[in-house]
Design a binder for this molecule. Structure first.
Ligand SMILES: C[S@@+](CC[C@H](N)C(=O)[O-])C[C@H]1O[C@@H](n2cnc3c(N)ncnc32)[C@H](O)[C@@H]1O
Length: 185
């Protein structure tokens, strides 16, 4: 059962630069995200990972963000504008039951779902939609906060992802998180 969705105002804390001391986006993502890539980010909040992702893909790459809450998306786009990165970032809202990304089937090289899965009511649909959006061999980094998710809960999440066509390729160490790098078979 999904927990309550993160209130929009918490997005300000999640996007705080102080968080970088514990979870440095470039350090976490630079091994997976390269220039010209297309990246899907689910539940970006106000864009703590989005702006570093946009820098990593460069001028010819693209980040597509999908979040349930329009307030998160509005703030994310303001931050992207200010950082002069909005040309590489597209953002849209979705419903709690679907990401509504059927039009983006097979487009992405990499997807990120950071501190989001425990808020989503239907994990099967979530992984199935992300799977369809990735290219074959595309990678997905799933990370869940240890304060909200037990090891057993994370194991269940990974089992669901595997049943939807992902295989586990690595278990990166990210502070205060349970994390796994998955590959679309
Ligand atoms: C805890 S925040 C994490 C934000 C960001 N990933 C980070 O690590 O800073 C969870 C985010 O997921 C979004 N979210 C929750 N349920 C969702 C769903 N079903 N589909 C898309 N986004 C969702 C929330 O609106 C919120 O922006």
């Amino acid at each position: 059962m999904a927990e309550r969705v993160c209130p929009w105002w918490l997005g300000y804390f999640l996007a705080s630069p102080i968080r970088r001391l514990m979870q440095d986006p470039e350090k976490i993502l630079s091994a997976y995200v390269k220039p010209q890539m297309w990246v899907l980010e689910i539940g970006p909040g106000m864009g703590f990972f989005t702006l570093p992702l946009a820098k990593l893909v460069g001028e010819r790459g693209q980040i597509v963000c999908v979040d349930l809450q329009s307030k998160m998306i509005e703030r994310l786009l303001k931050r992207a504008n200010k950082a002069r990165l909005s040309g590489r970032i597209t953002a849209r809202t979705c419903t709690s039951s679907s990401l509504q990304i059927d039009d983006l089937s097979g487009k992405f090289d990499f997807a990120l779902v950071f501190a989001v899965v425990h808020e989503v009511p239907d994990t099967k649909t979530l992984f199935s939609e992300i799977h369809a959006s990735l290219k074959k061999g595309g990678r997905l980094l799933v990370s869940e906060p240890t304060g909200h998710v037990t090891e057993e809960g994370f194991h269940t999440t990974l089992s669901i992802a595997q049943s939807m066509g992902f295989s586990v390729s690595d278990s990166p160490t990210i502070p205060r998180s349970l994390s796994s790098l998955l590959v679309k078979k």
